[in-house]
Structures are given as structure tokens and as C-alpha cells.
Ligand binder design. Structure first.
Ligand code: ARG
Length: 461
């Protein structure tokens, strides 16, 4: 049978496969709250400008409230024949309230309707992800403050570089997450314009008040161009781009957790709550949650690339291709929310092995730079020369199988006669980290101040 919403033009109904490829109700039912909110705002505006009577508005309000209750209670029958959430709700409204329901779609198209619903959905999603990112920053800064003095090896090229503190390392991710939140806030600011009233593509001849609907839905203003408003999905792409970068950060931290809790490193231990065993190897405690966080960004990045590919080359204005915008956004949101929750759990859960980290922090000639810096500061040796002298001292230590601090003063003086016993005072890991007081450096005094400042800032937002 012909479609109830446009049956006038059609003698027959769609083939089964047409219905299958065309329908979006299976996933866009997730937009039901936004769709009802949009319809309520639209109806109130139509009544305000005299297109609907007060009675009709009242009937629409009651009808939509009833539909919301039906959906909430799982009593609503979603129909594939009605394609999407917009027509499912509109058809049910007419079923419930008759004529008034059929007036709701005046001065509106599904094109501006879905663009509005989806912006509202993404806006809520941004707020949810932002709250989770904030919570993770809080967890990181809390642990960082407690571990401002816990030394660990710092790496470049994953080779022992210089000692840092565990707190400093965790605070690095606080900074990354702060920028992620900045990107989300930025995307939110740009998306917060209301497409409603753009109608199909050209606007409408009815005397609508777009300010009113924009205000009612919490948008900053109506969109300025009707063609742009119904066709672009850059707001969803910006959101996915922000999630992808956030996911990349979480993936890096997840990778470090995997490395840190491996036996050869042994920096941290995850409890039973965040590990799983092996079906064959009884000794195993695998960091599966961290591995999955490391992996989830793959689907998030895939969502970004997928939607970009859908959108490229689409002529203005609306085309059904745009219906493919929702699943990637829903999936990326789920993956990111789960990753943030799992990471938050792991950060709270993990137990650092301070002794092990300290022992490794002092290995691998990690204070060689401190020796070179001493030669520059005390003996006024040019840095490049100091680098060579220190390199030779490291070679000596390596040949003897000891650390540079275990060499005798005479062995050092063989490479640079000016060296005095004072040099040994800079060769400990504690001296090394304490000396890194430059702005943003790893000195515990810095880390404590940075973590404290962030915790105070996070309390306020
Ligand atoms: N389900 C559609 C979507 O998600 C709604 C818009 C349909 N518009 C149209 N002209 N067929 O994009």
C-alpha cells in the first residue's frame, strides 16, 4: 500500500528491499526525545504566529507527551513502513489527536527537522563526553598530586632518557584532555544554531518566527542559510574529529598502562577488577580493558573517515546520503563513553610500585644529562664539549658494568681533570628531578603546584 504520508502521488508501496535500504527507524529512534522537543518548539511557534489555534497546540502538546510516555515505557510500535523517527511520531500523533496532528508539519520538512534533531543529539552527547573527560582529569590530577615525588624513568624512543615523576607523567594527560575538552566546546559553540524553519531547502512562505524556536531549543540563533542548514553535517564531523583526537590520547595512555603492568616493567599493578585471566596460562593477568581502550579509537577514527566520505561530493541541498550520518556518530559516542569510563576506572584502580620505578629510574645512565649540565654550570665547559666528555664517562661506566655515580672521582677526572667530588651530588635521581624547576618541568614542587591548580579549576567547572 502507498505511504500514509505521501500516498497521494503514489499508487503502490515500496518493494521490500526499497523499504529495507530506505528505513532508518532502527537507529534513528535514538532521536525521539530531540524530535519531540523540536516538534513542541515548532508547534508553540506556529500557534504564536497564528497558524495553529490554542486548542490545536494544546492537543499537540498532550499528544506528544503521550507519545513520549509510550516510547519511554517501551509501548510504542516503531514501524519500518514509516521510515524514520520523524514520520513514526507524526503518524502516531495524528492517530492520537486527529486533524491537529496533521497540521504540525506546516512550514517544516524532515530536512530541517532531522538537522535540528541531530544537532540537539550531538549537543547532548558533547555535554556527556565533556563531563566524563572532566571526571578523568580529576582522577588523574588526584593521583598525580599523591605521586608528585614518585620517581620513574622518563623515556624518549622508549629508551631510558631522564628521571621524571609519575605525577608529572599523569599530568601530561590532564593537559591533553583539557585541549580535548576545548575542541568539544569549540565544536559545540559552532553547532549551536537552529536549522528549524529552513524547511526542505528554500525556507518557507509562512510567517514563522525562527528566533522563537531557536530560543526554545537552547540554540544561540537560527542558521543563516536554509540550503546550508539542511545539507551540511560539519557539526557532526567536528564532533567526530574531536572524539578521534581524544580517543588517540586515551589510546596512548592505555598503551602505557599495558607496558607499565607487564612483568619486565612492573611499574604498576591493576587489580582483579580491571584484568582478566587466561584460559590456559594460570599465571596470567591481562590488561584487557587497557587494550580495548587502545583499540576503540580505531572505530572512532573509522566513523570520522566514514562520514567524511559520505559527505564529500554531495551537491546541495539535502540528499538521502545524509541519513548515513547517524550510526557513525552513535557508535563513536558509545565507544568514547565506554573508553573514558574504563580509563577512569583504571586510573583509580592502579597501584604504582614506587620501589621498582625508582630502581629503574636510576638505571640506563639516566642522570648523564645532569653530569653534562654540571660541567657546563660549574666548569663553564661549552655544552657540546660537556656532551662528549659525559659520553666518554658513560662508556667507562658501561665497560665496568656500573652506573656513572659508581665511578671513582679519579676515573671521572681521567676524562675531565676539573671535575670535583661535588659532581656526585647531581647524579642521584632525586637531585635530578628536584633540579627540573623550569616552567612545566618535572620537579615535584612544580607537579604539586600544577596538580593542585588543576584540581581547584576542575572543582569550578
Ligand atoms: N531519515 C531522514 C534522515 O535521517 C530524514 C530526512 C528525510 N528527508 C527526505 N527528504 N527524505 O536524513
Amino acid at each position: 500500500t502507498a505511504n500514509a504520508q505521501w500516498g497521494g502521488r503514489f499508487a503502490g508501496g515500496p518493494s521490500a528491499i526499497m523499504q529495507d535500504i530506505n528505513a532508518s527507524i532502527n537507529f534513528d529512534k535514538a532521536l525521539w526525545r530531540q524530535d519531540i522537543a523540536g516538534s513542541l518548539a515548532h508547534a508553540a511557534m506556529l500557534a504564536h504566529v497564528g497558524i495553529l489555534s490554542a486548542d490545536e497546540l494544546a492537543a499537540i502538546r498532550a499528544g506528544l507527551a503521550g507519545i513520549g510516555a509510550e516510547i519511554e515505557a517501551g509501548r510504542f510500535t516503531f514501524s519500518e513502513e514509516l521510515e524514520d523517527i520523524h514520520m513514526n511520531i507524526e503518524a502516531r500523533l495524528s492517530e492520537r489527536i486527529g486533524e491537529a496532528g496533521k497540521r504540525l508539519h506546516t512550514a517544516r520538512s524532515r530536512n530541517d527537522q532531522v538537522a535540528t534533531d541531530f544537532r540537539l543529539w550531538v549537543r547532548d552527547a558533547i555535554d556527556g563526553i565533556d563531563a566524563q573527560a572532566r571526571a578523568l582529569m580529576h582522577a588523574l590530577a588526584t593521583r598525580a598530586l599523591a605521586h608528585a615525588d614518585t620517581v620513574m624513568p622518563g623515556f624518549t624512543h622508549l629508551q631510558t632518557a631522564q628521571p621524571v615523576t609519575f605525577g608529572h607523567h599523569l599530568m601530561a594527560y590532564v593537559e591533553m584532555l583539557a585541549r580535548d575538552r576545548g575542541r568539544l566546546a569549540d565544536a559545540r559553540r559552532r553547532l549551536n544554531e537552529c536549522p528549524l524553519g529552513s524547511a526542505a531547502l528554500a525556507g518557507t512562505s509562512f510567517p514563522i518566527d525562527r528566533r522563537m524556536t531557536a530560543d526554545a531549543l537552547g540554540f544561540d540563533r537560527p542558521t543563516a542559510n536554509s540550503l546550508d542548514a539542511v545539507s551540511d553535517r560539519d557539526f557532526a564531523l567536528e564532533y567526530l574529529a574531536a572524539l578521534t583526537i581524544l580517543g588517540m590520547h586515551l589510546s596512548r595512555l592505555a598503551e602505557e598502562i599495558v607496558i607499565w603492568c607487564s612483568a619486565p616493567f612492573g611499574f604498576i599493578r591493576l587489580s582483579d577488577a580491571f584484568t582478566s585471566g587466561s584460559s590456559i596460562m594460570p599465571q596470567k593477568r591481562n590488561p584487557d580493558a587497557a587494550e580495548l581502550v587502545r583499540a576503540k579509537v580505531g572505530r572512532v577514527a573509522g566513523s570520522l573517515v566514514g562520514l567524511l566520505t559520505v559527505m564529500k561530493g554531495l551537491p546541495l541541498a539535502y540528499a538521502k546520503d545524509s541519513q548515513e550520518d547517524k550510526e557513525p556518530v552513535f557508535d563513536a559516542t558509545d565507544a568514547t563513553a565506554l573508553s573514558l569510563a574504563a580509563m577512569d576506572g583504571m586510573i583509580r584502580d592502579l597501584t604504582p610500585d614506587a620501589g621498582r620505578m625508582r630502581a629503574l629510574a636510576g638505571s640506563g645512565f639516566s642522570t648523564a644529562t645532569d653530569l653534562a649540565d654540571w660541567l657546563v654550570r660549574v666548569l663553564r665547559v661549552p655544552f657540546r664539549t660537556a656532551h662528549h666528555v659525559t659520553g666518554r664517562i658513560v662508556s667507562r661506566a658501561e665497560a665496568r658494568g656500573v652506573d656513572i655515580a659508581d665511578l671513582t672521582l679519579e676515573e671521572m677526572q681521567a676524562e675531565e681533570p676539573g671535575i670535583t667530588a661535588d659532581v656526585f651530588s647531581v647524579l642521584t635521581v632525586d637531585a635530578s628531578i628536584a633540579s627540573r624547576t623550569s616552567e612545566g618541568g618535572t620537579a615535584p614542587v612544580n607537579v604539586r603546584a600544577q596538580a593542585t591548580a588543576w584540581l581547584a579549576r576542575l572543582e569550578k567547572d
